[in-house]
Design a protein around this ligand. Structure first.
Ligand SMILES: Cc1cc2nc3c(=O)[nH]c(=O)nc-3n(C[C@H](O)[C@H](O)[C@H](O)COP(=O)(O)OP(=O)(O)OC[C@H]3O[C@@H](n4cnc5c(N)ncnc54)[C@H](O)[C@@H]3O)c2cc1C
Length: 383
């Protein structure tokens, strides 16, 4: 069995397959484990999603992170610092309230609080233009590198071969079935291939003759020099009106303008330093103290978006043996632990133990493939 991509999703799947007794798992990674878009993630994990399926994914991931060190021998750096959404628009608040009812029914602690209560959590916030905030104290943050290394390490212990600096270059197919993959290190015969190629998922799909609506879109995160004026811990705080979000990492502030941009790349994205002005303008409005901070650096990554912001998970229509675990947008890190378990169940047992219709690969139909945002209502874009 071959998994394309050694990001957090591919490594989680490989680990779970091996854990369920699959003995011949090979991960093909064109660079190194975790070096793809996983290395750009802010590390956020929140139960605050809009669908039952995604809320269940997050709640399971939060549980896995709680005991990660025991299972994987790696400290994932998990801290329940919470997620805070700052709301200005009454219609937005009503949409939050509908989602909160579902989240609470499923066991997540999420509440609407006043602007003043939000300011009690993050005293540096400017709150005079807010009508409310939404607070999820059980949400948190963990280290994408650490979690990916944990999955990869245990996968190797269980016999998974992870081939780094090996690129998948083609698919061998016959009679409508996968027969194997071609790689820069030679062919590998296999009846099952899992596409976990992150932002490059559509490119890998094309190698198999499939059109996948996965669109890599760039997002930046900048960081300040050590800035004790905003003491930690600070929750992942999103300004709904501007898309700006921030949190603290050690003594520094991480600041994202919440940008979404097609830069014509699907493997890596260059930093556009003109975005600094954008992030600073948004930050100074919400956190006036930031005027005194200095930006020390930043990075950009590609979020693999889909038309409805839900992942694409399941067997690919039209090619037997080709499994899709793609389109994770800004939440692939947090959903990877649950994804791995369910994909392994699906492949080994023939079906997953959770209803995954939300992620049905066939849901966009066979006609023109829609662009991001064209299908369905979108939930908060928080990472
Ligand atoms: C700025 C930013 C902030 C984010 N913040 C968060 C967050 O707070 N929480 C969260 O849950 N998510 C967040 N995300 C999203 C998250 O990073 C992704 O959804 C997740 O990392 C996807 O993991 P992956 O394993 O699918 O992709 P990747 O990590 O990109 O892994 C895919 C791998 O496939 C390899 N590959 C591609 N093509 C080939 C080929 N032909 N042959 C061999 N190998 C190949 C690549 O080298 C890559 O390593 C953020 C993303 C960005 C950009």
């Amino acid at each position: 069995m071959v998994v394309i991509g050694g990001g957090v999703v591919g490594c989680s799947i490989a680990y779970q397959l091996a854990r369920r007794g699959v003995r011949d798992v090979v991960v093909v990674e064109r660079e190194t484990v975790g070096s793809g878009t996983t290395s750009k993630a802010a590390g956020g994990v929140r139960a605050q999603f809009s669908t039952e399926t995604e809320i269940r994914f997050s709640l399971e991931s939060l549980r896995v992170l709680d005991t990660f060190r025991d299972e994987f021998g790696v400290d994932p750096g998990f801290r329940r610092i919470g997620y805070l959404f700052l709301v200005q628009d009454p219609a937005d608040l009503r949409a939050f309230e509908t989602r909160i009812a579902l989240q609470r029914r499923l066991g997540a602690d999420v509440r609407v609080i006043t602007p003043k209560e939000a300011q009690a959590i993050v005293p540096a916030l400017y709150v005079d233009d807010l009508i409310a905030a939404v607070w999820g104290p059980g949400d948190g943050v963990a280290g994408p590198a650490e979690v990916t290394a944990g999955f990869a390490g245990r996968a190797r212990d269980l016999g998974v071969r992870i081939l780094e600096e090996v690129e998948m270059t083609g698919i061998e197919r016959g009679a409508g079935r996968v027969q194997g993959v071609l790689t820069s290190a030679g062919p590998i015969a296999t009846p099952v291939v899992v596409n976990a190629a992150g932002p490059a998922a559509a490119r890998v799909g094309r190698l198999a003759g499939l059109v996948l609506p996965v669109y890599p879109r760039r997002r930046h995160i900048f960081f300040t020099e050590p800035f004790p004026d905003v003491p930690g811990p600070v929750p992942i705080t999103t300004d709904r009106a501007s898309g700006f979000y921030f949190r603290k990492e050690l003594e520094q502030l991480l600041l994202s303008p919440g940008d979404v941009e097609d830069v014509g790349e699907d493997l890596t994205a260059p930093v556009d330093w003109r975005r600094v002005e954008d992030v600073v303008t948004k930050a100074v409005h919400r956190l006036p103290l930031v005027e005194r901070a200095r930006i020390a650096g930043g990075w950009a990554g590609l979020r693999p978006l889909t038309p409805d912001d839900h992942a694409i998970l399941g067997w690919a229509p039209g090619l037997v043996g080709f499994f899709l675990a793609v389109g994770w947008g800004g939440h692939g890190f947090q959903h990877a632990p649950t994804t791995g378990r369910l994909v392994a169940e699906w492949i080994v047992d023939g079906r997953p133990s959770m209803d995954l219709a939300l992620f049905d690969p066939g849901r966009f139909g066979d006609g023109r493939v829609p662009l991001p945002g064209e299908a369905g209502a979108r939930a908060p874009d928080a990472e």
